[in-house]
Design a protein around this ligand. Sequence first.
Ligand code: SF4
Length: 359
Amino acid sequence: MSIQRRKTKVVKIGNVCIGGRHPVAVQGMTKTPTADIQSTLRQISELQAAGAEIVRLAVEGPEDARALRSIKQSSPLPLVADIHFNWRLAIAAIESGVDKIRLNPGNIYRSREVSDIARAAKSARIPIRVGLNSGSVRSRAAGKSAQSKGLIALMAESALRYIRLLEKNAFYDIVVSLKASGIPDTLAAYRRMSRLCDYPFHLGLTATGPSSGGVVKSSIAIGALLLDGIGDTIRISLTDTPFEEIRVARDILEAVGARTFGPQIVSCPTCGRCGVDLVKIVNELSRKIAALPLKKKGPALRVAVMGCVVNGPGEAREADIGIAFGKGEGLIFKSGKPFKKVSAGASVEALLKEAQKIG
Ligand code: SF4
């Protein structure tokens, strides 16, 4: 099943295009104080090595905004400045040369301030993300008649109002996000908004919690939206390292078939029939196969690693290369045909050798 992507405008963030038919971009966020230029640059390079394509930085004060200029000069990735409360920081970040800014309509909303930012972003030719989150929408609406509306309607209405404000300033280089911490609210907000505008979407959830639960929530919400064809860049938020966030983002994109980043390993969960240490074999294979030179075009290489001869041969036949283990040894399949037997100890090297020939 191929995903029918929502039709959107294309927005350029440095050298990365999002929206239209461009691949869904992987976005990360640094967790260092932005004013600490060396640590931030080191983390940006590590994020790039992990697979990030765009990086966002928190801009808390003038020293962060000033640091952006030096960071921009050496950053290998396009930079997004994350701004809250202080519209002057948005102007300072734009002047520092960032590639995009994120504004929160819940805390920067005065018409004159937004207009000034739009003018500065337009003259710097960079996009603005209208980055709503449910918490700030609720608190801004508190006490007003709008409060009687549901959260989703409030979020969509608030995003649209902000978009119209930017458009009134002839600003159309817009990306939208509507983050909530719950899955149903997040899905409903993005789906509703997808019917109301054709700007590209940045997908994410806020405050997902500790890592394992956060991975599950993010996978369900972002995976479901991507399968709907909604989403042009994703950022996974976890109470974990920034690199783990990138790993999960890439895994989600691969799982829904939106992108491939390297060879795909299909392996069984093992059970009482398994006669080898399959977990160890698969872990070693995953690590080593990721280091192989990757195919630039075409579908990713699919490698099946199965623990026994009950279900193993079927799965192994469907992959480019597969192995079905018996007691202490396995039968390798190549392009659907039995190829040769190897011992369990020699299986990883044998699979890597064949992977290199095909991939
Ligand atoms: S392939 Fe075999 S070992 Fe693996 S889970 Fe299925 S039956 Fe068990």
